[in-house]
Design a protein around this ligand. Structure first.
Ligand SMILES: Cc1cn([C@H]2C[C@H](O)[C@@H](COP(=O)(O)OP(=O)(O)O[C@H]3O[C@H](C)C(=O)[C@H](O)[C@H]3O)O2)c(=O)[nH]c1=O
Length: 181
């Protein structure tokens, strides 16, 4: 596998090694030893999440606060998504900057989103099945978020706003970074 750090320190593109033959393919979707060596630090994932979304569904931008913050390793089992990671680390030189890339089931690339980031994705294909590993458990009381169209982030989404499908919760997320405690 290969890990390439993005412009946001600690956020990495992970490219697994795919072994193809006349039967199909095999790859190690996660290897603790190789992963930690590749990103240069220890990460212990404790929870796997999966979500299935129709085209135009945008989930996010979400994070968990304080000691409940989660690092995530995002991969796509079916379809294509625009995955977005936003640096919300107050002391970071890239605070409020984002990284966006397509994740899909064909090239099997993954995105590692460290703690202190908000994460969200937009479904680009007719449907998409997303699997992501988290290094901290879900804690509903610690949930936080920022609206996908927050002007301070100015994220370029690949599908027009009029065609998006959001949860009521996501529609009602704060629209300003200053509101994030
Ligand atoms: C995140 C989560 C949710 N839930 C329950 C809570 C709700 O009853 C239901 C749906 O939750 P929600 O609408 O928050 O799901 P998403 O909008 O896909 O949220 C995710 O969206 C973006 C992409 C993320 O990165 C986060 O991991 C996560 O917040 O699952 C759980 O039981 N455990 C969990 O870890």
């Amino acid at each position: 596998m290969k890990a390439t750090e993005t412009k946001l320190k600690g956020c990495f593109i992970i490219e697994p090694t795919i072994f193809e033959d006349n039967r199909g393919y095999f790859f190690e979707s996660y290897n603790h030893k190789d992963f930690c060596e590749a990103i240069g630090r220890e990460v212990n994932f404790v929870q796997d999440n999966q979500s299935f979304s129709k085209k135009g569904v945008l989930r996010g931008l979400h994070f968990q606060k304080g000691q409940h913050a989660q690092a995530k390793l995002v991969s796509v089992l079916e379809g294509r998504i625009q995955d977005v990671a936003v640096d919300l680390r107050k002391d970071s030189p890239t605070f409020a900057k984002y990284f966006s890339m397509e994740l899909n089931s064909k090239d099997k690339k993954q995105l590692f989103v460290p703690r202190g980031f908000a994460h969200g994705f937009l479904t680009l294909s007719e449907s998409a099945k997303v699997l992501y590993k988290c290094d901290n458990h879900y804690n509903k009381r610690a949930e936080g978020g920022i609206r996908f169209d927050c002007h301070e982030l100015n994220i370029k989404w690949l599908i027009g706003t009029e065609d998006l499908l959001l949860s009521k919760k996501d529609k009602n997320l704060p629209n300003y970074l200053s509101t994030l405690t």
